[in-house]
Design a protein around this ligand. Structure first.
Ligand SMILES: [Zn+2]
Length: 191
């Protein structure tokens, strides 16, 4: 859905090359009664790359987008994602110089097909709604496993930890048995 949304912005003349690599999309519970939020966070400049080596990123800004895990339908999730991406684009274009949902925001929202006339919720206009429905056919019903890779990583870590633990126990068992045998042999001949 994120990839599709980025293409949507690019097709409408927005250059997301500066942000698309640094979008951190999360789907989780949010305390307030909101559908999602957008936040710019400064990265601490180091991150693990694919080869598990630390890589330096000069003053990287992470565009954090959180979609409420309470949302259970794809249309609303996509509307929320696109809404938050509008904030990211606005930040790229204007920084903090304008209202979060001011005229600049509305203009961006309208150009990608959201109804920007409302203050905070921006439902998709019919054209975008039809587009999102097409995405859903292609991607499957929402919720998609957005956070799967992270969960898989945790499972992998737990898995290897358990394996290591078994190996360690096995080693202790072997060393213990050999010690007992040596001790008995010693006792037998010299005791
Ligand atoms: Zn907003």
């Amino acid at each position: 859905m994120l990839k599709k949304s980025i293409i949507l912005f690019e097709n409408n003349g927005f250059d997301l090359s500066g942000i698309k690599e640094n979008i951190n999309l999360q789907c989780r519970g949010v305390r307030k009664k909101i559908d999602g939020y957008y936040q710019v966070i400064d990265d601490n400049n180091f991150d693990l790359n694919e080869e598990n080596n630390y890589r330096y990123y000069p003053n990287r800004e992470i565009h954090k987008i959180v979609i409420s895990s309470k949302i259970d339908n794809g249309l609303r999730a996509a509307e929320t994602l696109i809404h938050e991406l509008c904030h990211a684009v606005q930040y790229e274009l204007h920084g903090y110089d304008c209202q979060p949902h001011g005229k600049e925001f509305k203009a961006i929202a309208f150009s990608v097909g959201l109804d920007g006339s409302r203050p905070t919720t921006t439902p998709a206009l019919p054209v975008l709604e039809a587009q999102i429905e097409e995405w859903e056919v292609e991607l499957g019903t929402y919720p998609h496993p957005v956070s799967m890779p992270k969960k898989m990583k945790i499972l992998e870590v737990i898995g290897s930890f358990v394996l290591n633990l078994f190996f360690l126990l096995y080693l202790i068992f072997i060393v213990g048995s050999v010690s007992i045998i040596i001790y008995n042999v010693y006792e037998y001949f010299l005791g």
